[in-house]
Design a protein around this ligand. Sequence first.
Ligand code: URA
Length: 461
Amino acid sequence: IRIPDVIQKKRDKYELEPEEIKFFIDEMVKGRIEPVQLGKSGVSRKLRIYHLKSDVNGLVLQWNVTKGTDRPHRLHDPFRFILLLSRVGETLSWPEEWKTMLVDKHSTGGVGDKVSLVLAPALAACGLKVPMVSGRGLSFTGGTLDKLEAIPGFNVSLTNEQMRECLKHAGCFIAGQTESLVPADRIMYAARDVTATVDNISLATASIISKKAAENISALVLDVKVGRAAFFKNLNDARLVAKSLVEAARDQGINTTAVLTTMDVPIGMAIGNSLEMMEVIETLRGKGPADLVELVKIQGGLLLNSVGRTDVSKGQQLIEETLHNGAALACFEKMLVHQNVDVRLAADLCSGGYQLTRAKYVTAILSPLSGRVLDIDALACGSVCGALGAARARASDEILSAVGIELLVTVGQSITQGQPWANLHHEEQSVASDLLVKLQNAVVVGNAPHATFDAPTTRIL
Ligand code: URA
């Protein structure tokens, strides 16, 4: 088999054989595929590995016909792709007695989305084991690993032995793909980010579920984001993604639930890696913003229910308790130490006595009017942070951890003209005027008599 032949076959819309896909993935992992070939065959919008586009069309068609009663046979195609992606590397293995305790959560990506960072230790505090293989920022969204790396010393590249130790003592770890763990996703993930292919349903399914399959977990909850600051902007697309993810995960033997949650306004009050990490710690200290806590509780409750620990509402209550009684914070602190953070620093950080590095400059963004805050555009906030260095434009770009936005108001709150609604944290003294204007326009202030806090709306599939 030769790579150009595989690409040509794909280009001419012939179905690839499993061994051809396997060959392609193997060669990619060995670094023997030129970037331009990767773009042409796997992640370009025109040509996708293994019928990815027609899978999506097939999925729509089949779901319409069968109304979801039977599994559409076309779904087998991305499933095989996922299986191959995850099997190129190794699958994690755990002691038999943990079998029913192993759970995880994954989001399709949002702005200010730090739910995983709170939920993993909260679940650990409830006695579950959370082997979380996570990702970096994609496009305008933040990445869990990038956020964690804002903490000095934090190591996201764990050996299997370190993962096991971390699960044993802290109950959770959060790590990245490595050269042996889902290595193919590591390469495709970075390539997708810079080729504008993050919103492809099959590639997202393969990316997310290959990681979860490699974790060898029993139950999974998926947070499928819907809205202007999500990759899947409307409910129809988000439903398709959710179905694709749930079917693919169940095909891997994982008991899976998906929730659809809105992603229009930033989650919590912090956007940007360091600022979000500080908000995570505050949330683990029982002082988190209401919308973030709600998302953590919803997904935690579902997982506790999935593994038969309790019903969903009692599960939510248990999760909330761990945020108030210090149990989740204690698991988080242990995780930091097992992932290479200095013991003293971890303790100081968790007691609120240590602040992560702040950006050199802070610019207050003022309200144009007096009235109520009717909207804060998460997409605008995420793009401005990205443009100032909080996200990558190229796979090799360094991230500026301290860049971000601190929101000072929530939707529904009153504000007066000239009052700051956000602080922009930046590293260069001057901020390009188009970015400042974009951020200034991200807030809508008006006089609607009854603007209330827009809690995340959820749909459980
Ligand atoms: N998270 C992932 O791991 N992959 C995606 O494609 C999107 C979110």
